[in-house]
Each structure stands twice: as structure tokens, then as C-alpha cells.
Write a protein that binds this ligand. Sequence first.
Ligand code: NAD
Length: 259
Amino acid sequence: MSYLEELYSLEHKTAVVIGGGGVLAGCMAEGLARAGADIVILDLNLENATKKAGELKEFKVKTSAIMVDASDKTDLEKAAAQILEDFGSVDILINAPGINSATPFLEIAEEEYEKIMNVNLKSMFLACQIFGGKMIEKGRGGSIINIASVSSGPPLSRVFTYSLSKAGVVNLTQFLAKDWAPHNIRVNALAPGFFPAEQNRKILTQERIDSIFRHTPMNRFGDPEELVGATIWLASEKASSFVTGAVIRVDGGFTAMTI
Ligand SMILES: NC(=O)c1ccc[n+]([C@@H]2O[C@H](COP(=O)([O-])OP(=O)(O)OC[C@H]3O[C@@H](n4cnc5c(N)ncnc54)[C@H](O)[C@@H]3O)[C@@H](O)[C@H]2O)c1
């Protein structure tokens, strides 16, 4: 094994990627597979999840896809039982389901508020409980990567509930980093800047894009591939062994700039 392989290889690890049928987590899943991890894609969209799991077989790793509503505890518990039976353990968890809406604050209905909070935040709480619980039972540590956002704080304009949910993701991450350090389970957040994807397609009007680029020193959108390096680094128990509770921003400098 080369030096880099030793540092970053994810061979003999199983990664569960929730929301892996989507643009960003799908790309992150591919990075993990290329680094040697077996991959289970969990998503509400079974068609996309199955397609992605099929594509990843090219990298000679074991893959599968399971349909879940990530905000439903029973769905996640059933998936976890199935994964333990088929794969033996869960070593890496990527928490990335997400929905968004730009409803003006005074018009946000309770149903919309609850839906976004459930999919973006409650899902991560449940997945950490269920899959993190399995990691603790197995006693071989693990790495959890929760997908936060540049809206995790201060909030982004127009997307109140989304920003609130993403602030919660960082808080959850920091809480568990402390709680689970004795189990050698590292819990970190990855905060992407702006990447065109399905959940933000309607929100990215030309005016919004201009405003984002003006505030992004690199003056462009990110490419999902640009999340892969940080993902493999955070997933690797060797390369990031002393990193927990961190929020890693991959945002072209968006959060480094005030004006
Ligand atoms: N695209 C960006 O600019 C950006 C920036 C910061 C953070 N994020 C976050 O990255 C993550 C991935 O989003 P994306 O941008 O790739 O969008 P996406 O819409 O392509 O992917 C989101 C995925 O989540 C799945 N999903 C939605 N509701 C679900 C549920 N109840 N249960 C299970 N799966 C569900 C969707 O089917 C989809 O596959 C999200 O958490 C998002 O908030 C995205």
C-alpha cells in the first residue's frame, strides 16, 4: 500500500449515505466508493438511489439501495437492521437529505415549517441515534458527516426554515462530538457553499445567482466533485483521527467575506 492509500483508504469500511440519490451526496458516495468503501444509498427516491448504487459497482465495492423516508424512525430502523445483516457494520454515515423553500417569512405554513425541519434536522437526529447507536454497539469507532450549509449561521436571506434547520445540524454535530469522543466516533459537519442541485433549482433565480457570486470570492458555483476531498478526509480514521466537532466549509470563500 502506498503512503496515500494507507492514509486515505476506506477499504473494509461500510458507508451509509442518506440522500445519496441526490446531486451532492451521490458524488460524495462515489468518492467513498473510489476510496474502497462499500456503500449503501438511502433515499426517498428509490429510482435515483438504485441507479447510483448500480453505478458504484464499477469501483469493485459492494453496494445497495434502500428506500427510506429519513424523517421516519421505523424506516431508518428497518434499514439499519437490513444493513447490519448484509454488510456486518456501519463505519461511516453521511447525513445529507435536504429540502428547501423560499416562502416569505409571514407566509410560512406550519406544515411547511415542520416538513423542512423534519427532513433536514429530525432525520439527522434519528440517523445519528440509530446508526451511531450501532457504531457504539460494535465498538470499532466511526465517522459521521452531517451536511450543514453556509446558512447554518448567520442565516441566508429568503430561506428561513432551511437556515434554522442547518443551524441545528451544526449544534447536533458539536453535541455528539463531545458525547461520542470516548467511543472514538468522530462527528463533523461539512458545510457546502452553493452548488446547483435539485432542492435549490427553483430558488436559484438569476438575481439570486448574481448576488451569490458577488459574495463568493471565487465568483462561481461549486462543482460537487469539490466536496469529495473533504469527504474522504473526514471519513478516514487515519487522515482525520483528531478531527471532531468541526465545521468544514467548502464554499469558495463565501463565509470568509463580509462585504
Ligand atoms: N446544493 C447546495 O448548494 C447545497 C448547499 C449546502 C448544503 N446542501 C445540502 O446538501 C444536501 C444534499 O442536497 P443536494 O443539494 O444534493 O440536493 P438534492 O435535491 O440533489 O439531494 C437531496 C436528496 O435528499 C433526498 N430526500 C429528500 N427528502 C428525503 C427524505 N424525507 N428521506 C430521504 N431522502 C430524502 C432527495 O430525494 C434527494 O435525493 C442537503 O442536505 C442540502 O441541504 C446543499
